[in-house]
Design a protein around this ligand. Sequence first.
Ligand SMILES: NC(=O)c1ccc[n+]([C@@H]2O[C@H](COP(=O)([O-])OP(=O)(O)OC[C@H]3O[C@@H](n4cnc5c(N)ncnc54)[C@H](O)[C@@H]3O)[C@@H](O)[C@H]2O)c1
Length: 414
Amino acid sequence: MEPTQTVCVVGLGYIGLPTAAILAANGNDVTGVDVNPRHVEEINAGRVPFVEPDLESVVAGVVAQGRLRAQATVPHAQSYIVAVPTPFTETYDVDPKYVRAAAESIAPQLRGGELVILESTSPPGLTEKMGEYIIAARPDLTLEPGEHNTIHLAHCPERVLPGRIMIEIVDNDRIIGGVTEQAAEKARDLYATFCKGELLMTDARTAEMAKLVENSYRDVNIAFANELSVISDRLGIDVWKLIELANHHPRVNILQPGPGVGGHCIAVDPWFIVAAAPEDAKLVRLAREVNDAKPDFVLEKVMAKAAKFREPVIAALGIAFKADIDDLRESPSKSIVERLSAEIEHAQVLVVEPNVEALPASLADRANVEHAEVEDAIERADIVLVLVDHHQFKTLDREILAEKIVVDTKGLWR
Ligand SMILES: NC(=O)c1ccc[n+]([C@@H]2O[C@H](COP(=O)([O-])OP(=O)(O)OC[C@H]3O[C@@H](n4cnc5c(N)ncnc54)[C@H](O)[C@@H]3O)[C@@H](O)[C@H]2O)c1
């Protein structure tokens, strides 16, 4: 089979590498580019530099077939996909430095007629800005459609769930946002080589906003549940029972509260909306603030219970940002445990996290923190603090909790 087209994927992380691999597995001739030499080396050896089920076998296969190679420099290709980080600044606006660096590394290779897709999560307008970076470096090219030297720009956000990326990258519906209609059509043809979901055509700004809105929708709804948990606590009502009852209404579906909101999407992306429309994004901002304040509430609760003991022993169950994963990024549970061990120096904090081999340095370096097994930690504890609903905790024998003070942020043992 002849390669469908030449594609260069810039940034070979959680998003870029699966995209490069699946494009290559579907007949495209793919070059992946990364500034991290370890990623380049590992991928060329057919290995994956992070954990993602089923990715390594695909990478090993396409590398062995010569359909995917990794390198440090950008080659010429018919299409480019940019999947570099888009962190936010102290003022919650996007820091475009990685997108800019990627655009400037692509620019010298362009001849006219190429498609450049931004897959990184972006505030409205960043795809157009990427075009400006390219044209600033190559004023001989144009973004106007229909010319021999036109560069086509599109935004196609990624909504895969880590742990299921190789399934969802193929099956999920995909938003295709062209800066021009021609760009959207070109991008659709590329994604059609591997995507079985519906390809939904729109403009780039709407596509950028759609990704942010999806995560903000989750954030706002979790904020409602978290606010209900604080109100219920004050009023002496069991919030879990309350939500269960309210959800019997045929048009009500309240989400579950927790210790806060973590991860690098839901806890981050709404800020791009706030930064883009600070006067108008009132609810979006408030939801972020409600969710960010939930760890303070949990901390105060535990500290009040701990005040009854001279040297309290606290078992903290879970520090990942959600159940059954090892990802600690932006984790409210991790920050609660860090603050607990710092603020009650005379407490001993037994941290149970079955998904990591070792605790992060921010906890491991503290003298009053120990990485413990769940049953041992509960047996030794005065206070049991549930922070994550890992499956190992759900099935615990409740007998071992008798006599213990339990602060359960996940409603695990109702
Ligand atoms: N991980 C997810 O679940 C997820 C889901 C949806 C969207 N996103 C978005 O996708 C984007 C990428 O996220 P990720 O999780 O893949 O990040 P990542 O950190 O895993 O990977 C980014 C890669 O880009 C490389 N890089 C940085 N600058 C570069 C440059 N100038 N040239 C070449 N390589 C460069 C880094 O070395 C790294 O390997 C972000 O905008 C993120 O918000 C991520």
